[in-house]
Design a protein around this ligand. Structure first.
Ligand code: HEM
Length: 144
């Protein structure tokens, strides 16, 4: 279960990034198909929120397992990232995606393009990429 959730969380990252890039393109080029793409983006982002919350509380390093002996949350870069920075920025990004989807649905291309761009920046900053210290040993793709 834990592993499956992590793999799904990893996989959905790519689905969200691709859908976000396509939505951005459609917003900039004023394509009505943005309505459909942004709906899938919204659904994926909200599923991600639920999986993320599960991981944050009950995952391998979940809050219910507590901090290891001697670790201070804000002084430990790993726990600070996965308990504070990553969840906060991602919840914010998902909130921005939700508002952007509303704008996209109303075919407000200008507002949605800015909001999708802001969400993309949040995502790129908050993902534990394998080349970052916090993402060391993590996979680019599920199960790899
Ligand atoms: C669109 C939003 C999100 C993206 C793109 C994202 C992306 C990722 C990625 C790529 C990983 C590493 C997966 C791996 O090692 O295979 C990860 C781990 C994690 N994410 Fe997210 N995440 C998002 C939202 C959230 C949210 C909202 C929360 C919590 C409320 C969250 C909590 C976590 C936790 C706790 C881990 C560590 C899990 C573990 O190592 O057991 N994520 N996230």
């Amino acid at each position: 279960m834990e592993k499956g959730m992590l793999h799904l969380h990893n996989f959905l990252r790519w689905a969200i990034l691709i859908l976000l890039l396509v939505s951005l393109y459609q917003a900039f080029s004023k394509k009505e198909s943005i309505k459909k793409t942004s709906l899938w983006l919204l659904i994926s982002a909200h599923i991600m929120l639920v999986i993320g919350l599960y991981q944050l509380f009950w995952g391998r390093f979940g809050i219910t397992k507590g901090l290891p002996e001697g670790v201070e949350l804000m002084k430990d870069s790993f726990y600070r990232f996965f308990w504070v920075e990553h969840p906060l920025l991602m919840v914010l990004a998902i909130g921005v995606i939700t508002v952007a989807r509303g704008k996209a649905k109303a075919l407000n291309y200008k507002a949605s393009s800015w909001l999708f761009l802001i969400a993309l920046i949040f995502l790129l900053v908050a993902i534990p990429w394998p080349f970052r210290a916090v993402g060391e040993g993590r996979a680019w793709f599920p199960g790899m």
